[in-house]
Ligand binder design. Structure first.
Ligand code: C5P
Length: 229
């Protein structure tokens, strides 16, 4: 069984401020992307890394080795970047697992469980249940009503799929010019079932300076305890 990961890391990271896209900012002294790739090393057969066009040459020099089989340029939206990654995969791929480059705290256990759920169910997305009260508002900030939080989830990545199913979902989305904010929504749009599996509160998406500060704390928390090694 051939398992390929697509790591979309082609965002410009504008919310973070500054010139460096957030996926290349340092966490524990190394680029965020470095941490993300390190987790995938032992879990998949190959990684396709999708980066901004202007970072292509330097990223290829730095990262095309080991598990990273190819580095390609991304598109305008995240979905375009994943579509380009999908087109670049070998046609004999069985399972595709998509994971945001800016989620460095994903665990090998979650990756492996996603892959195994995708084998069994076709499509598997990681998520955590919503525990806070949820309300809908008007555009100018007045509460319009409360939303029942039962069976509501916050989606994360990784999201894993049987290769043929994901290709079909992207083909339909492209044909209809349908855009979703995750791959799971494209499979839903195709009318096929998507299984939810447990994500993790540590698996944050680093999108702003506060996330980076929180990330430094999470990295320390997740460090293996040397006294038990
Ligand atoms: O857009 P968002 O913040 O949700 O980004 C999630 C991931 O998708 C990031 O790793 C980002 O670099 C990537 N992305 C991409 N291509 C884009 C926009 C975002 O690969 N055009």
């Amino acid at each position: 069984m051939k398992v390929s990961a697509i790591i979309p890391a082609a965002g410009q990271g504008l919310r973070m401020g500054g010139d460096i896209p957030k996926q290349f900012l340092l966490l524990q002294g190394k680029p965020i992307l470095h941490h993300t790739l390190a987790v995938f090393e032992s879990c998949v057969d190959a990684v396709t890394l999708v980066v901004p066009e202007k970072e292509l040459a330097v990223t290829r020099r730095q990262w095309t080795s080991g598990i990273v089989q190819q580095v390609i340029a991304g598109g305008a939206e995240r979905q375009d970047s994943v579509a380009m990654g999908l087109r670049a995969l070998d046609k004999d791929t069985d399972i595709v697992i998509v994971h945001d480059g800016v989620r460095p705290f994903v665990s090998p256990a979650i990756i492996k469980e996603s892959i195994s759920a995708a084998r069994q169910f076709g499509a598997a997305v990681t998520a955590i249940p919503i525990r806070d009260t949820v309300k809908k508002s008007t555009a100018d900030g007045w509460v319009q009503g409360s939303v029942d939080r039962e069976n509501l989830w916050r989606m994360q990545t990784p999201q894993a799929f049987q290769y043929d199913l994901l290709c079909e979902a992207f083909e339909k989305a492209t044909r209809d010019n349908y855009y979703g904010t995750d791959e799971g929504s494209l499979v839903e749009y195709l009318g096929r079932p998507v299984k939810i599996i447990a994500g993790s509160e540590w698996n944050i998406k680093i999108t702003c300076r506060d996330d980076l500060a929180l990330g430094e704390k999470i990295a320390v928390l997740l460090e293996p305890d040397p006294t038990t090694q």
